[in-house]
Design a protein around this ligand. Sequence first.
Ligand code: NDP
Length: 460
Amino acid sequence: MAKYDYDLFVIGAGSGGVRAARLAAVSGAKVAIAEEHRVGGTCVIRGCVPKKFMVYASEFSHHFKTAKSYGWSIEKASFDWPHFLEEKDKEIARLSGIYVRNLQNAGAELAHGKAKLLDAHTIDIDKVGRRTADRILIATGGRPWMPAELPGVEHCITSNEAFHLTELPKRIVIAGGGYIAVEFAGIFNGLGCEVTLVHRGPNILRGFDDDVRSHLTEELEKRGVTVILGASHTAVEKGAGGLVSKLSNGHECESDVVMLSLGREPYTEGLGLETAGVELTGKGAVKVDKFSRSNVENIWAVGDVTDRINLTPVAIREGQAFAETEFYGRPTSFDHEMVASAVFSQPPIGSVGLSEADARKQYGKVDIYLARLKPMKYAFSHGDERALLKLVVECETERVLGCHVVGPDAPEIIQMAAIALKMGVTKPQWDATCAVHPTMSEELVTLREKHVPIGLGQVA
Ligand code: NDP
């Protein structure tokens, strides 16, 4: 008789958990996975996937404007929000169904309910009962963080609710300057809402390259988003004409919806991790080693719940590395260096490697190659939209340390650039690549002039 009910019990059927459960089950292990909501996790249900559909929906208004400059006339274009929601929900249900089938086909058992550890080998699943497992994987992801102390916080929504608003707001205030805030600013702006973005810092998207940050702020403003920097919410009140956002700079703005995008927190609450002796970081994330193992020998964690790089593909790779190590006898740790990411703002950003500021901190002297250009697609339109392409190069070795693009298709471009950077490409190798013409990304392989940032003098 087996000592435990399962070889592996996974808590959380999102991207990382599902990948690990499937791979482990395919190896012949007896696997169960618990999920308290719908299978698919943040990415599929209330993140990347529905967000990208919203981005697609919202981009049409911009395309219509460009189309006019090419001779098209588009009469009375209008947008049907309920129709969009219905189509989006159908597709999300289809994708969630695929996740369920893939788990079943692999032989993993699915348990619907909130799971809680009773000790390092025993799990209690709400409405299902107690189960035991040799190994346990925590893959519960993260959830939006809300400032409980903010007066009127109960009037605000997060990205979770933004996917299900019964009506499209005419005016929305979005608090925050991270990925979610700028992506939703673009979405609601494109759908015709009046958007005000309020961010506490001097510029949006902390951690990204400074040129990228200021470029995107300018582009958001060109498209009609009001960006308020250096201010944060002190209260949200219900007024006669809607919600009133009271800001630390003394300003007030009225809107129909206030969305808080102030970051996400690891979802570890109520999991019984303390009971099982699992150590958490100060931010409440599960502390893990490079093999995603916690301080408890038979408990691992992958994805946003570990607060390493909070991106879907990273969670997938961490889940895969865990399964390879534990069920295929191939010790594998995911390399968190040179992970590219995209911000689906409008225009979008693609970024891989170091920002100029981080590169200067780590390497001292760096060469900067930078171009700002009007994308060819907009040649006929009178707007002044600009794209930005930037390379950060280590002086001594000429290794390309960072590549940053803002403009049409930047997320697609950066995926390819990421391969080269991961391989350690040097600027001469990069330059030896022949351009693909006419494209925007050809500018990346024809950047020859070193860029001298204002105030830095000649950069050697
Ligand atoms: P981020 O951590 O990216 O941004 C949070 C923002 O809120 C920052 O601008 C931060 O300001 C601000 N903030 C935090 N606390 C406060 C406060 N108390 N008062 C005022 N402002 C505050 O979080 P997001 O919620 O945007 O996204 C969460 C994560 O999800 C991302 O980091 C990313 O990993 C992932 N994600 C990835 C996407 C993609 O790949 N395209 C899309 C969406 C999410 P400051 O900078 O000053 O700290």
